[in-house]
Design a protein around this ligand. Structure first.
Ligand SMILES: [Zn+2]
Length: 338
């Protein structure tokens, strides 16, 4: 009797490092020596429809005049109209989970059923003088006074004024293993398999109607950073898929298991702000890096991430393999339960 083959899972796991590399955060009260402060001007090239839902449903009309109830994407009010966005908080969250996976970082956020399986050395950071690289970049909410807002801030990426939203039909999705204990496929023995990431793939069609930002659109986003060592900056760049030897598009928002949410971060420029001491009260002005100078700067920062012992190479290689761009064309995503 032939066994029924279930479709391949649309995700894989990045193994956990054995330890977290903890140290103090630089804080926000001064420009710390040996660190950099500035911004990364980026374009988000949408390789698949991207939907960060607003939690609002509306009736929309389909191509044949039929009406559907669909989830609307997040938006912000601008001059009396609603501008749809990829919220900065969503991009920041996606970058954080990638930064955790490619560095010696703690397992910061975990569902209650996962928490008990996290290895002791990777339990979430709780003290400001002992923060892992991801917590130094993106902050923590801790007990008593041990909270830190992080050194990375991301703007909302707005759909341009002439941009149109897209109506996308996807398979229905359910919460994985709803109401059950941790499914065995997340564990090897008693050990967690690692951090879960979805592959890029071909969009699977289905009956669920969503309104999304369309494939092919390009949005502007700025990532601000302050007081980052060259290595922490390199880690941030690697998490954005910009490590010269390990480039990959990232995934974000809803519908990741069915092929949505793929986007490429393209770095247009890095703007570095000088120390106040070097140029008086208003600082030493700005230095804007583009082209070859920018490429060299990125490569040097990524090397520094390794030199400073922050970059978990095995994790980065695995992330780059899971998020390999060729999956967009070659990998079918499941259109039914998997
Ligand atoms: Zn941490």
């Amino acid at each position: 009797m032939a066994l029924e083959r279930s479709p391949e899972k649309p995700y894989s796991f990045v193994p956990l490092p054995e330890r977290a590399e903890r140290g103090p955060c630089a804080g926000h009260h001064l420009f710390a020596a040996g660190t950099e402060t500035g911004s990364l001007e980026c374009r988000l090239a949408l390789l698949r429809p991207v939907q960060v839902a607003a939690g609002v449903l509306d009736l929309i009309r389909g191509p044949r005049g039929e009406e559907h109830i669909a989830a609307l994407p997040a938006g912000v009010p601008r001059a009396g109209r609603r501008v749809y966005v990829v919220p900065g908080s969503s991009l920041k969250g996606a970058l954080r989970s990638l930064a955790e996976a490619v560095s010696f970082s703690c397992f910061g956020v975990a569902a209650p059923r996962v928490r008990g399986h996290i290895p002791e050395p990777l339990r979430r950071c709780t003290r400001l003088d002992r923060l892992c690289p991801a917590c130094r970049l993106f902050g923590i909410t801790g007990a008593r006074r041990e909270s830190y807002m992080g050194s990375v801030h991301v703007t909302d990426a707005e759909l341009p004024p002439d941009g149109k939203v897209a109506v996308v039909r996807t398979p229905l999705l359910w919460t994985p293993a709803r109401g059950q204990r941790l499914p065995n496929l997340y564990l090897r023995g008693r050990q967690l398999r690692g951090r879960k990431f979805y592959f890029h793939g071909r969009a699977a069609p289905g009956p669920d109607v969503r309104v999304a930002l369309p494939e092919g659109e390009s949005l502007q986003a700025t990532v601000y950073f302050d007081n980052l060592s060259p290595g922490l900056l390199g880690l941030l760049l690697a998490a954005m898929g910009l490590h010269p030897a390990h480039r990959f598009p990232i995934k974000l928002g809803g519908g990741k298991p069915v092929g949505m949410g793929s986007l490429e971060v393209r770095l247009v420029a890095a703007v570095l702000r000088g120390a106040v001491a070097a140029g008086g009260r208003l600082g030493a002005g700005e230095r804007r890096l583009t082209g070859d100078e920018l490429r060299r700067w990125v490569a040097e920062r990524c090397r520094a991430a390794e030199d400073e012992g922050l970059l978990y190479r095995e994790g980065l290689e695995r992330v780059a393999a899971i998020l390999a761009r060729r999956g967009l064309e070659t990998r079918p995503m499941p259109s039914g339960p998997y």
